[in-house]
Structures are given as structure tokens and as C-alpha cells.
Write a protein that binds this ligand. Structure first.
Ligand code: SAM
Length: 275
């Protein structure tokens, strides 16, 4: 946080809605502020605990006086303080203001953003990563990150112009999985060059594909490629995939929701590993 009112080790009480710290945290709802600071906001004690478990950079924990004495809150606050983060106590009206919610969570955290370089991604035998080309819906992205975590897939590559994985909406939808799933951001050319160099198999999903999604061998190191909500995968990405598959549909819908299709694919690709 800014150096204002800095008192290392102390719990800072914030009661004023116009306190500059409140303004700084509230601004994290905007992408520009997140990019400039490299920080983001997450709501709920579970998120803070998940972040601490994974050693994520944590800038501050803020909580309402009503939960101050709860053992899990006190433990999380002590851990944040031990890592040099700020501990802020703020009334519910202040928490409502920074989270832009009428009924705010009693605990929130301010975290540093963390992305993995594509060059560090190694996909092993029996492992699956997910690549999302131009995903635009924050709820879809958060749901996919949560599903990747749930099935034991290894991470998510954001390809091209995508929504921000650190937006309020995406972070909420991940339910804490954001801290357990490595994220990579890259462009299509770099992604395809990396795929070629590493020899990973690209399994693309396409509505015009004829190959049934249940007929894909599941042990090869795999990146499952999913397309944009409106346009699907680009032609270049579609052409570069080693195999293109379709999930059959029987009703009148044109397609499945992106996050649902990703879930169906992941459960199929991970079937042998899930008992
Ligand atoms: N109009 C787009 C199109 O023609 O591709 C629809 C895109 S769909 C809503 C978003 C993404 O979800 C697709 O690019 C694909 O990755 C996946 N998807 C949705 N339904 C699918 C299905 N039945 N089979 C395979 N992939 C599917």
C-alpha cells in the first residue's frame, strides 16, 4: 500500500470512506489501475488462505471488526503481517465501498499478480493444459480456471486479446482456484511456435469437426484449445491443431457455452486419471 499512515506491524483502523487507502483499493476494479499497480482484489477468507498456501505475493488483508477475533482470520492476518503485508481493519460500509457490493465479504485481500512465462511450461505425459483463444467473458474464464483445478489439469494459456484474469468477476468465479492454477499470457504466433518446438499435441474443439471428442487418446502431453465465445477458434489456430474434435449435440442449440464445453472436454481427457 502507499506509505501513508504506515505503522509497520500495527493493525490500521480505517473508518473513513474517503481514506486514500480505500481509494487505492477501490480503484482495483478498473483494469488500468490493476495494470499500473500489478495488483488485484480478492474477496473472502478462503481466497486469502489459498493465496497464503501458494505463497502468492500478498499486499494487504482487510477485515471487518466483527470477525477480528475469529481464529482463522487472526491466523491469516498474522501470516500476512509476517510477509510484510498490511493489516487493515475497516467497517462494513468501507468494505462495501471497495468491493462495490451491498453485502460485502468480511475479509478481502489485495494480491500481486503472477503469470508464468510460456517458455517455462513443460507438458508431461498424461498432462493437460488448456489454451483459450480470445476468451472474452470473465465468468467463463473464472469457471474454466476452477474446472482446470478440479480435474487436475496443469494450467491455462490465454492466447491473444482476452479478458483480464485478475478482474473482480473472474477472481470471484475461480473460487480460489486462481491461486492454484498457473496462468500464461501470450499471442497466437508465440503459442504456435512454442507448441511446435515442444511437440505438445494440440486438441482443438470445433463445431465443424467430425472427430468425436471421446475418441482422443488421453496419455499424450496435450493442450486443449478452446475458441472465442462468438467466433470460435481462428482459422490459423484451427489449422495448427493436430486433431479437431466435436462434442455431439442433439437439441436445437448451435453450440455449448465455452466453459461447459471445456468442462466436458477436460473430464474426457482426464477420465483415466480421475477415480
Ligand atoms: N459460433 C461459434 C463457432 O461457430 O465456433 C461458437 C463458439 S462456442 C460458443 C465457443 C467455443 O466453445 C468453441 O470455439 C469451442 O471451443 C467450444 N464448443 C462449444 N460447443 C462445442 C461443441 N459442441 N463441440 C466442440 N466444441 C464446442
Amino acid at each position: 500500500m502507499a506509505d501513508r499512515e504506515r505503522a509497520p506491524g500495527a493493525v490500521r483502523q480505517i473508518t473513513s470512506l474517503v481514506n486514500p487507502i480505500v481509494k487505492d483499493i477501490r480503484a482495483l476494479a478498473m483494469k488500468k489501475a490493476r495494470e499500473e499497480t500489478g495488483r488485484f482484489l480478492g474477496e473472502g477468507l478462503k481466497l486469502v488462505t489459498d493465496a497464503l498456501e501458494e505463497n502468492w505475493p500478498i499486499v494487504a488483508i482487510a477485515y471487518a471488526p466483527a470477525v477480528r477475533d475469529q481464529p482463522h482470520v487472526a491466523k491469516a492476518a498474522a501470516a500476512v503481517r509476517a510477509r510484510g503485508g498490511d493489516v487493515l481493519e475497516m467497517g462494513e460500509a468501507v468494505l462495501a465501498k471497495i468491493t462495490r457490493r451491498d453485502n460485502p465479504q468480511m475479509v478481502v485481500g489485495v494480491f500481486g499478480q503472477r503469470l508464468k512465462p510460456l517458455a517455462d511450461v513443460k507438458v508431461g505425459e498424461g498432462e493437460v493444459w488448456v489454451a483459450l483463444e480470445q476468451v472474452r467473458d470473465p465468468g467463463n474464464l473464472g469457471t474454466i480456471i476452477r474446472t482446470v483445478d478440479s480435474v487436475g489439469a496443469k494450467g491455462v494459456v490465454l492466447v491473444g486479446d482476452t479478458c483480464d484474469p485478475f478482474s473482480f468477476e473472474t477472481v470471484r468465479a475461480t473460487m480460489g482456484s486462481l491461486f492454484h492454477v498457473p496462468l500464461v499470457k501470450t499471442n497466437r504466433d508465440a503459442f504456435l511456435a512454442w507448441a511446435k518446438a515442444t511437440g505438445v499435441r494440440l486438441v482443438g474443439t470445433h463445431l465443424k469437426a467430425t472427430h468425436d471428442y471421446r475418441k482422443v487418446e488421453s496419455r499424450a502431453p496435450t493442450v486443449l484449445v478452446m475458441g472465442n465465445e462468438q467466433a470460435g477458434m481462428t482459422e490459423e489456430m484451427t489449422a495448427a491443431c493436430d486433431v479437431r474434435v466435436k462434442i455431439p449435440m442433439a437439441g436445437r442449440a448451435d453450440s455449448l457455452n465455452l466453459a461447459v464445453a471445456t468442462g466436458v472436454m477436460l473430464y474426457e481427457l482426464r477420465r483415466g486419471q480421475l477415480s
